[in-house]
Design a protein around this ligand. Structure first.
Ligand code: MG
Length: 248
């Protein structure tokens, strides 16, 4: 069931979204060669708690961290670990959420670790821009397929592929709500968007083919061909005239 948020609920979504966006900025300050993803997880946890919120991901379906930390060819759901240490030239995707007063924010960024290749930087830039191409289509009365198709078109025009097995989602009182928000699809198809819907739109983009597989820990999703992958996500509110990004 797709929920339409009341103005009171939207206020709470804004508060949760702000903490989520601020937490990512805090994490970003600490991204450098030699830092482990367990250290980044701790920074995220402490920041979220200090704002009177709780980490949305911690214990979600048994997930052991406050962030998902996925370097290089890991797509999403990487478990923070002291054994995963960032190195010069890596890229690292951080996905996280914060819950405040019963409402969630969810966002992801891919960061450069030190100096990275032009190729890796282009992947990060295209992934981020694909989100913004997608949300240009968001407005009361539009179809979800308009958003999905815009993301896919921009990514593929740049020679990359959009992951099919994982998609964005509605968000609110629950971290994952209806509808599914694929990053691929057809204009004019799918759910009709309405003001008051809140969605997590999150292109996951591979430099190679779109196929992914899951490692033996049952969490970590990696590209099947070993190519780099990037992620960019924000929680947005559908409005009469467009959308408002809640997690910048
Ligand atoms: Mg999400």
């Amino acid at each position: 069931m797709i929920t339409i948020k009341s103005s009171k609920e939207i206020e709470k979504m804004r508060a949760a979204g702000k903490i989520t966006g601020d937490a990512l900025r805090e994490i970003e300050k600490h991204i450098k060669p030699g830092v482990s993803t367990a250290e980044l997880d701790k920074i995220a946890y402490n920041f979220i708690i200090s704002k009177g919120a709780t980490p949305s991901f911690l214990h979600y379906n048994g997930f052991p961290g406050s962030i998902c930390a996925s370097p290089n060819d890991w797509v999403v759901h990487g478990i923070p670990s002291k054994d995963v240490v960032l190195a010069e030239g890596d890229i690292i995707s951080i996905d996280m959420g914060a819950c405040k007063d019963g409402y969630h924010g969810d966002a992801a960024r891919t960061y450069a670790v030190g100096k990275i290749s032009d190729e890796a930087q282009k992947l990060i830039d295209v992934t981020k821009q694909s989100f913004f191409e997608g949300i240009k289509q968001v407005v009361h009365g539009a179809k979800l397929g308009d958003v999905s198709a815009a993301i896919q078109e921009y990514v593929e025009m740049n020679g990359y592929s959009v992951v099919r097995d994982l998609v964005g989602h509605g968000i609110g009182k629950n971290l994952h709500e209806d509808p599914n928000v694929p990053n691929f699809g057809h204009k004019g198809k799918g759910v009709k968007l309405a003001q008051g819907m809140t969605l997590a739109i999150e292109p996951m983009v591979n430099a190679g083919e779109y196929d992914v597989c899951v490692l033996e820990d049952d969490w970590t999703v990696v590209t099947e061909d070993g190519s780099l992958s990037a992620h960019y996500e924000n929680t947005i509110l559908v409005t009469k005239d467009g959308c408002e990004i809640l997690t910048l």
